[in-house]
Write a protein that binds this ligand. Structure first.
Ligand SMILES: N[C@@H](CCC(=O)N[C@@H](CS)C(=O)NCC(=O)O)C(=O)O
Length: 258
C-alpha cells in the first residue's frame, strides 16, 4: 500500500514526520500542497486544514505527533522511541515543548519579519522577546541533552526528529545555539544524517515560495493560523496590535475545524 505525505517542506511538523519516516526506512511519496490556496485533498485529509497528513491507502492520519505514534505502532523496527517508560515520557515532553512554545516563537518571528506584520519599535520589541524566549528554550534543551549524544539517549530518535526543525529554524533566524554548547555539537551531529540532509534540502528548495506567501497573506487572499502557543506568545511579546490588525484585514484565522 502506498504511503503519501501531504507536505509543505518548510513546515517543522512535516519535517518531523519526514525525519521519522526516513530514519525508519519507510518508503513514502510526497504530495506538496500550498497553504495559501484551497486544496480539497488537504481538507479531506484533515478537518483542521493543516499539514502534515499521512495517507495510508484510503486512510488519512493527521497531526505530526499522532502520525509518529501511528508509524511506530505499524512499523515498530527500527524503534524510534526509547524502550524505558521514563525515557519515553521524557522524549514526549521534549517533543511537546518543541511543537508548542518553540514553534510559536519561530512562527511569530517569521510573522513580523518575512510577513511584515510589525515594523519599527513593535517589531524590535517582538524580536527582542523572541531572542530571550529562544535562549530559555536552548537552556532547557541543553539540560535535557545532558551528556547524551542525542535527545533520545544513545541513538537518534523521536525526540531528535522533534527538536531538529526548530533549532535549525532558530539558526536560520540568526539565533544559533552558542558555539561550544552541547546543543551546537548535537546540531552538527544531526546535520551529518542522510535523513536530515534530504529533509533540509527540500526545505531550502521551498524557501522560494516565501515571496508569494507574503503576497497572499499581505493581500488577505490567505489567512495565517494563530492558535494555542502562537497566539499566546504573540500576546505575551506585546503583539496585540499584530493580532488586531490581522483580524481587521481578515488575514489571520484561529484553530479548530475549517
Ligand atoms: N499539531 C499539528 C500542527 C500542524 C501545523 O500547524 N501545520 C501548519 C504548517 S507548519 C499548518 O498546516 N497550518 C495551516 C495553515 O496555515 O492554514 C501537527 O503537529 O501536525
Amino acid at each position: 500500500m502506498t504511503l503519501t505525505l501531504i507536505d509543505v517542506p518548510l513546515s517543522p511538523f512535516a519535517q518531523k514526520v519526514k525525519l521519522a519516516l526516513r530514519e525508519k526506512n519507510i518508503p513514502f511519496e510526497i504530495r506538496n500542497t500550498n497553504l495559501t490556496e484551497a486544496d480539497g485533498a488537504r481538507l479531506k485529509a484533515n478537518p483542521r486544514g493543516e499539514i502534515p497528513a499521512l495517507l495510508d491507502g484510503d486512510a488519512a492520519v493527521w497531526d505530526s505527533t499522532i502520525i509518529l505514534e501511528y508509524i511506530e505502532e505499524k512499523w515498530p523496527e527500527p524503534a524510534l522511541w526509547p524502550k524505558d517508560p521514563l525515557a519515553r515520557a521524557r522524549a514526549r515532553q521534549i517533543e511537546e515543548i518543541c511543537d508548542g512554545p518553540f514553534e510559536a516563537v519561530i512562527f511569530c518571528t517569521t510573522e513580523v519579519t518575512a510577513f511584515r506584520r510589525a515594523e519599527g519599535e513593535l517589531q524590535a520589541a517582538i524580536l527582542g522577546a523572541a531572542k530571550q524566549t529562544i535562549q530559555q528554550l536552548f537552556a532547557y534543551l541543553e539540560e535535557q541533552l545532558g551528556d547524551a549524544p542525542y535527545f533520545n539517549g544513545a541513538s537518534f530518535g523521536r525526540a531528535d526528529c522533534a527538536v531538529f526543525p526548530h533549532v535549525m529554524n532558530a539558526k536560520a533566524q540568526r539565533t544559533p545555539p552558542a558555539e561550544g554548547s552541547k546543543l551546537a555539537a548535537w546540531l552538527a551531529r544531526a546535520l551529518e544524517r542522510p535523513s536530515v540532509q534530504q529533509t533540509l534540502a527540500e526545505a531550502k528548495a521551498g524557501l522560494g515560495e516565501f515571496k508569494a506567501m507574503a503576497e497572499a497573506y499581505g493581500s488577505a487572499r490567505a489567512k495565517r493560523q494563530y492558535r494555542d502557543f502562537r497566539l499566546e506568545w504573540m500576546l505575551q511579546a506585546g503583539g496585540l496590535p499584530v493580532i488586531q490588525d490581522g483580524l481587521a484585514k481578515g488575514n489571520i484565522r484561529f484553530g479548530g475545524l475549517v
